[in-house]
Design a protein around this ligand. Structure first.
Ligand SMILES: [Zn+2]
Length: 69
């Protein structure tokens, strides 16, 4: 079901931050310690309605609405 993320302070805001879970391919040293990210290879969890969204424009919390089709 499509989502609509709405800023609680100003509904005209349309840019939000949210966590996504991704798989990264890393360059490591001889101890397997992190050096740098080579690339992001997969997304294991896309942001959904249960996630916590924050408005990038005003730093307010945002709510998630399910859009009925
Ligand atoms: Zn906002």
């Amino acid at each position: 079901m499509p989502l609509k993320v709405v800023c609680k302070k100003d509904p005209t805001h349309s840019r939000f931050s949210v966590s996504a879970h991704v798989v990264e391919l890393w360059e490591v040293d001889e101890n397997a310690d992190f050096v740098e990210v080579i690339t992001t290879t997969d997304t294991t969890h896309r942001p959904g309605p249960e996630d916590h969204y924050t408005c990038i424009e005003c730093d307010s919390e945002a709510k998630v609405e399910l859009v009925m089709e």
